[in-house]
Ligand binder design. Structure first.
Ligand SMILES: [Zn+2]
Length: 585
């Protein structure tokens, strides 16, 4: 056994070292550029990867893996700390240790986490007491997620930000904002992220950012995934235990932190609500697999050095709380999918509860509206000579506004390969029909929706979608896919396949072809057919006459009248407005 392990070890070691020269911990200097520059600079992408390669060569506890490809052409890397090392990436998700995933550089201009993570893994492996402390944790770090953006270095695209000197750009190699791409997976980055996410199956996920917006005293803020949306005992644990314990841990290190200041164009004193992270965002996505998610938002106007140092300390606080609550977190996650299925219904839309707020003691700066020296208008000015601590209203309770009944299974026709690819990337289990099969299923038709007039992340996003439901016998073909909802990915299935859910595949335009009729008719020809239909089908005739008397617009519009008969006739095509996702209860 020992020999086999040794062989695997050498093979992995060789594999990981393949593009590096031989070096050892004695002659490699692991001081980072951030440290050498006294907290003013962040390294280039290639130097970040070289650093982790050297770290993995020097320390058996660090492994460096690469996953797939990103839009830049470069693979996505994952650096892993484990006290015994990791030889095969599959060991991570099967481990009983705490599994923590840290994502950096999704917005490369917000590089704080990139630098904090480099120092953090180094400090753990170089410090025996830290190694002892985190021997029950596997700490996984994506060094830089948005590689294309990171290669696009500049000094100006973060117009309001106080350092570092140079940094990458927010858009990826194809100008996507990766923190909107977790569900739609337009980018190769998002597919590679999903591969990492499912290889790690993290108990806790941290995504490092820098905020924009209001000015206040805090250098760091936390944006936990919305707890009502996370739901159940896991949501309560996040809100009532994890959040406050991380806050307390930081307080002991003299770091003050507050919830993400979700304030735009006004000042925080007016009160503010928690950010709602739907599944397009990193923590909204990780919630779909019952991971405790947290975005860290440092404050853009604070010096880079302080932001990175506080991000570093926050990450250690997250490790400590995870270590302390390890057993509970494992239990809550293990049961989370079963609890969701047992409830039978699932909320797909939320709104902030304006009645429920809590008093938040907030350390801000007095804001005033003064004359602009640039434009002929007014401007907001925060006076840093006037710090205050005031109680502000913080709205962090959300209530469900729409729920669906969880079906036993979804059926998807096999032609929708772009959807099937995403199900596979997210480890959704399904079977295929072995022969053509007629089943009575619930069919959803799109009743109404709005479409954004401006492009958003490569899409004309739909919203306010509603559907009608009917039962029908559908002839499914050999190879169509049957997706049992009794699986770990049940939330992912609901949030993507239910058209009315915020970030559904329908809303992200995956099914837009059903919105357009492919055939039609000439009125002068159909007139005679319509007359015959009314003569032969009393039910259609009755519905037609009812509409004539009850709907004023309809009664005045002969074109609508003829169309009504067409749409209720066998001539009207089945596919129009019909979702290709069917449900079995
Ligand atoms: Zn960001």
């Amino acid at each position: 056994m020992k020999n086999i392990l040794k062989q695997i070890f050498f093979f992995s070691f060789f594999f990981l070292m393949i593009s590096c020269d031989n070096s050892s911990k004695e002659n490699t200097d692991f001081t980072t550029l951030f440290e050498k520059s006294n907290g003013t600079e962040t390294p280039e992408y290639k130097d970040v990867i070289t650093y982790y390669k050297k770290l993995s060569e020097a320390y058996n506890q660090i492994s460096l893996f690469s996953f797939g490809q990103t839009d830049s052409g470069e693979p996505l890397h994952l650096a892993v700390y484990n006290s015994e090392g990791i030889f095969n990436v599959d060991e991570i998700k099967n481990s009983l240790k705490n599994r923590i995933l840290i994502n950096n550089g999704i917005h490369p201009g917000e590089s704080d986490g990139i630098d904090a993570s480099m120092m953090l893994l180094r400090d753990i492996v170089q410090n025996d007491s830290l190694q002892e402390k985190y021997k029950n944790s596997i700490i996984c770090v994506i060094p830089v997620y948005n590689i294309g953006g990171s290669l696009n270095r500049n000094s100006h695209s973060r117009a309001n930000q106080n350092g570092p000197k140079e940094y990458g750009f927010r858009g990826n190699a194809r100008n996507y904002d990766l923190n909107r791409d977790f569900i739609k997976q337009d980018t190769k980055n998002a597919a590679a992220f999903a591969a990492i996410f499912h290889a790690v199956n993290p108990d806790v996920f941290v995504d490092n950012h820098v905020s924009n917006g209001a000015d206040y005293q805090y250098a760091i803020t936390h944006l936990f995934t919305q707890h009502n949306k996370l739901g159940g005992n896991l949501g309560m644990f996040l809100q009532n235990e994890m959040q406050s314990q991380i806050e307390e841990s930081l307080e002991k290190k003299d770091i003050i932190i507050t919830p993400y200041v979700n304030v735009w164009g006004t000042t925080p004193e007016a009160g503010f609500s928690q950010f709602f992270d739907s599944p397009r965002y990193s923590t909204g996505y990780t919630t779909l697999f019952n991971t405790l998610g947290l975005m860290v938002e440092t404050h853009m106007l604070k010096p880079y050095k302080i932001r990175v140092e506080q991000t570093y300390e926050l990450l250690f606080s997250v490790f400590d709380v995870t270590e302390e609550k390890s057993k509970k977190i494992k239990e809550l996650r293990l049961n989370a999918s079963d609890k969701i299925l047992a409830k039978k219904t699932y909320p797909i839309q939320f709104k902030v509860d304006k009645e429920a707020y809590r008093d938040l003691s907030f350390k801000g700066y007095e804001g005033e509206i003064i004359d602009s020296k640039v434009t002929n208008g007014k401007r907001l000015f925060y006076d840093r000579n006037k710090p205050f601590e005031k109680v502000v209203k913080y709205y962090d309770e959300f209530v469900a506004t729409k729920e669906i009944t969880i079906p036993k299974a979804y059926i998807l026709q096999q032609g929708w390969h772009n959807v099937i690819d995403r199900l596979k990337n997210n480890h959704i289990e399904f079977t295929r029909f072995k022969k053509d099969t007629i089943i009575t299923v619930e069919v959803n038709h799109i009743k109404d929706f709005k479409t954004s007039k401006t492009p958003y992340e490569g899409h004309y996003l739909h919203s306010k979608t509603t559907v009608t439901s009917t039962l029908a016998k559908i002839n499914f073909k050999k190879g169509d896919i049957y997706i049992d909802t009794n699986q770990n990915g049940v939330r992912y299935l609901i949030e993507t396949l239910e058209a009315a859910a915020t970030d559904s595949f329908f809303n992200w335009n995956f099914f837009d072809t059903v919105l357009q009729k492919k055939e039609g008719y000439s009125a002068y020809v159909f007139e005679d057919v319509a007359a015959q239909i009314l003569a032969e089908k009393p039910a259609i005739k009755k519905a037609f006459e009812n509409k004539l008397t009850s709907d004023e617009d309809f009664a005045k519009n002969p074109r609508m009248q003829l169309d009504f008969i067409y749409k209720n006739s066998p001539y009207y095509e089945d596919a129009h407005l019909r979702l290709p996702v069917f449900k079995i209860f």
